[in-house]
Design a protein around this ligand. Sequence first.
Ligand SMILES: [Zn+2]
Length: 359
Amino acid sequence: MNKRNFLKSLGVLGVAGAFPGVFMGACDVNGSAPACDRIWTWLGVNNDWSDQELDAHMHMLHDQGVHGVFIGGDNERFFLAAAKWGIEAHLWNWTMNRRDAEIMEHHPEWYAINRLGESCFDKPQYVDYYRWLCPSRPEVLDFLVKEVRAKAPQPYIKGWHLDYIRYCDVILPRALWEKYNIVQNEELPPYDYCYCDTCREKFGKSDGRDPLEIEDPAHDEAWLQFRYDSITHVVNTLAEVVHEYGKPISAAVFPTPTIARKLVRQSWDQWRLDMVFPMLYQGFYNESIEWIGDCVAENVAAVENRMEVYAGLYLPDLTAPSDLANAQKRACHNGARGISLFGGLTEAHWNALKKVEKK
Ligand SMILES: [Zn+2]
């Protein structure tokens, strides 16, 4: 499977008070930071795996000290295999990017529309699987809530993980410009969403203007904020539902709140999650391993203990085990609760991780 930002008024009390036992604050009652000792990873469901193969994989993750795994599908066999080895298994949910046959067939109007009037339904940008739903449509949110209510109560599902919880990239990470042969020094109409009837009407009611008539949409604070809020509303609604079941919710997000707003309209520092997994994939931004530590420091400061912050590491860009160990060390020394790993790991990588002092 491919994979490539709360209001101050809420504070820690808002989350912890409402959902005791769910929120796993970054500080304990004595105010000291917990160890940076948790490792999470993603795992797609492969039904070809035998029970033995699945068990061996979870056994290996257990032996390597993995704390939790995001499983890409409601497959009880995978969840139970993780549980057998004491690994916390959450459902990995592709949230806004949906090519579900049911939605494609029955609700083409749910898809986001760009500034040229083109829909993600039949004219996806960048890659064929980029089929983004409009976060402002009440029917979309109803669908997502029903999905949570149908799966989150399952006893084997220990938490909910949001991925692709954002708009389509209005600006791609810098290193991808060459890959797609696009120069994106500014927001361009084909990648700028959403201008559907619902978004135009909702924004019009609150602002008085039609988004399509805004001369400089890339710098229009009200129009930008409308879209940040639109995704934030989806996240916080889903968080409330997941919390009803006494389970934690997390999300994979862009590297920092600043970058996330600019590239994909995520104001994730305002989200009511328990954990956040910024994808600090330095190679996508032509950045160094030092940048990973800088992002973690910025993120930890931004969330002010409301959520646990992990450092999402991308293994294909950390091929040398010493690079992975260096990235983990910088994440931990800047206040991360742990790291998450995406991509394949070698035995040498695991050994390198074991040698890092986790504080
Ligand atoms: Zn829309």
